[in-house]
Design a protein around this ligand. Structure first.
Ligand SMILES: [Zn+2]
Ligand SMILES: [Zn+2]
Length: 630
């Protein structure tokens, strides 16, 4: 799937590079106004603190490692515990010992040692980029010397790193073209910032033996619209600008899959990145931001990139009231926009965007400005602006509605299939109340562990109707109606011959949730809810039930009990993360079975409860009152 022949542009680059006299001595601005940055540091305590924090962490890395490690590197997603999905602890002192913080198991050898080496490269790369910034801001020689030393080390050793990797694009210093690109972005920026301090010979060595070959290696793998390929562009474009190679810049921005094409074709009309998870949305912004700002500063024409700004503002509306994003698809749990101030520093500084300003104002009521982006790109002062946005939001193109009132926020997904990161969960519900997600989507864990496919991506882990125990087809749903307090949507193609609908209406104390399905044939219909709490009461008589021996998440259910309901069933749970409880009263015109029990949360050392309503027949319909109370 990733195989493509080497593009012709390779040849063009090599020729144009060979013809030019050598890399430029001063590439000009990459979008940072160093005079303004220094003025902020003089005038603002927070800016001085950021500088001191960077100094401390850079000195820490300088002291920990003499130089980057030689040897094979591993894949980030393999650095997780296979038993409980926890990320292993990276200890800079222990290259062969990787401890799970959950169960204490100690991992050693490949691929864990390889992942450890990749982490060391990551620390050093970040320190090199920061070091170059610190040189610009403080003028201390030790910082320019460190950045110079590391860049020269990569130039001297780049050839020793073999092409390797098994996942979506190959790397040399890293395991994936993605990590290779992220790493090159940092080192290209470091090179850019210290460029005027380097000798012509040093520039030549770094550019010829490392920056350009690594950029060409990465660019040779760019062929589609995808967050990874957007990172490729960032690396290639920044190397192009930093070294004065116009062909590279052109390929990275105006190429067939260049930055403009990524923005135009990869971003939906409502501002969302097409891969369907907020993690990838921001990960893509991270790749676009440095190249966009550099291109702007360099006067490179950027027509057709208006949707880039919308990417920032759309995400602000895609949150629950505590700032948390729904962990839909391969989104990581507990992601909160209030931790993403760094992005909005750039948006507020660059466009003077009022939504970004308001968000920063909310964020900094509780904490200080502490990210490098505040220093480099942010406005000198933050001031809230007036706004009159409606509380509920419909993202028409992405196919997501979030209804909001004072009691709850309810998320419903019905949009188009989003590709490999999609969880095939049309009409999935997520409910937020009392400051927490109480009926969750679990998102993802490290992709490397078995639990990810077995559970987090499985149908039975989602709050939706599952037909015949099967996974939904790759498909989109449709919107029936939307208002500030109600949304109805359907899906016809998830299961052949079955039309499913869901209508959610806000109540003062929760939601009314109606789910129904129709077909010509008999099916087993299972309506799932997952509650972050403990079951306290159930109106139906329950008896222990056998484990369900089916895949697709059913085999992850534990402590199963079941009962029969003639018309309705009422259950209450005590909430795990908040005071109070949640009550679900499910009513159906036909008798149905009810299953309750526990199942893994994310991370999997936490537990949650599940409720499964089952009916076998041609049609099924439940009306559920979901009430959050004391
Ligand atoms: Zn473990
Ligand atoms: Zn999911």
């Amino acid at each position: 799937m990733m195989k493509r022949s080497v593009p012709v542009v390779w040849f063009v680059f090599v020729v144009s590079y060979a013809l030019c006299a050598g890399p430029v001595a001063d590439p000009g601005s990459r979008g940072v106004d160093w005079q303004r940055v220094k003025a902020k540091v003089e005038a603002r305590d927070w800016a001085g603190e950021i500088v001191r924090g960077m100094e401390q962490s850079v000195r820490g890395v300088m002291g920990r490692y003499d130089h980057p490690p030689l040897g094979k590197t591993g894949w980030f997603h393999d650095y997780f515990c296979g038993d409980d999905a926890q990320r292993l602890i990276f200890d800079p002192q222990k290259p062969h010992e990787h401890v799970c913080p959950g169960c204490g198991r100690v991992y050693s050898g490949a691929p864990y040692d390889d992942c450890w080496r990749a982490s060391v490269h990551r620390e050093i790369n970040a320190a090199t980029a920061d070091s170059a910034v610190l040189w610009r801001v403080t003028g201390q020689r030790s910082f320019v010397e460190y950045a110079r030393k590391i860049l020269l080390w990569y130039a001297d050793n780049y050839e020793k790193f073999e092409v390797h990797g098994k996942h979506a694009g190959k790397g040399r210093i890293h395991e994936q073209s993605l990590d290779e690109a992220v790493h090159l972005v940092q080192l290209a920026e470091a090179y850019w910032d210290i460029c005027p301090e380097l000798t012509a010979e040093e520039r030549d060595v770094i550019v010829r033996k490392f920056l350009v070959p690594d950029a060409l290696f990465i660019h040779g793998q760019t062929w589609t619209i995808h967050n990874i390929h957007s990172w490729h562009n960032a690396a290639v474009g920044l190397v192009g600008f930093a070294t004065g190679n116009e062909d590279m810049v052109k390929a990275a921005i105006d190429g067939e899959c260049g930055m403009k094409a990524q923005i135009q074709r990869g971003t939906k009309e409502d501002g969302f990145w097409y891969e369907g998870s907020i993690g990838y949305h921001f990960y893509t912004i991270s790749s676009l931001q440095p190249l966009y700002l550099a291109a702007k500063a360099q006067g490179y024409p950027l027509e057709g990139t208006d949707k880039f700004r919308l990417m920032y503002t759309a995400a602000i509306d895609f949150t629950f009231d505590n700032g948390e994003f729904p962990a839909s698809n391969d989104g990581w749990p507990d992601q909160n926009i209030r931790n993403l101030g760094a992005y909005y520093e750039a948006a507020a500084g660059h466009w003077n965007d009022s939504q970004a300003m308001n968000l920063l104002d909310t964020i900094y009521r509780r904490g200080r400005r502490s990210h490098k982006n505040a220093l480099l790109y942010g406005p000198e002062t933050i001031s809230a602006r007036t706004s009159d946005s409606s509380r509920s939001t419909l993202f028409t193109d992405s196919g997501v509605a979030i209804l909001r009132n004072d009691a709850v926020n309810a998320y419903l997904k019905f949009g188009p299939y989003g590709g490999g990161h999609d969880h095939n969960d049309r009409l999935n519900l997520v409910l937020f109340a009392k400051g927490h997600v109480v009926i969750p989507d679990l998102g993802t864990s490290g992709y490397g562990i078995a639990l990810n496919g077995k559970w987090f991506r499985a149908s039975a882990a989602h709050n939706m109707l599952v037909v015949d125990g099967r996974r939904q087809a790759n498909c989109g749903g449709y919107l029936v109606s939307y208002a500030d307090d109600a949304v109805e949507a359907g899906v016809r193609d998830a299961y052949e011959g079955v039309d499913i609908r869901r209508r959610i209406r806000l109540r003062g104390d929760g939601i009314e949730d109606v789910v129904w399905a129709e077909s010509d044939k008999t099916h087993q219909y299972d309506l799932f809810y997952h509650v972050r709490g403990t079951l306290e009461e159930c109106s139906a008589a329950l008896e222990p039930a056998e484990a369900i021996k089916a895949g697709n998440g059913y085999d992850m259910q534990r402590d199963i009990r079941k009962g029969r309901c003639e018309k309705s069933c009422e259950l209450t749970w005590r909430l795990r993360d908040a005071n109070g409880g949640i009550r679900i009263k499910a009513t159906s015109e036909a008798p149905f079975e009810v299953f309750v029990g526990t199942c893994p949360d994310n991370p999997a050392n936490k537990e949650q409860s599940f409720l499964m309503l089952r009916r076998t027949g041609a049609a099924a319909k439940w009306t559920a009152e979901i009430v959050v109370g004391e």
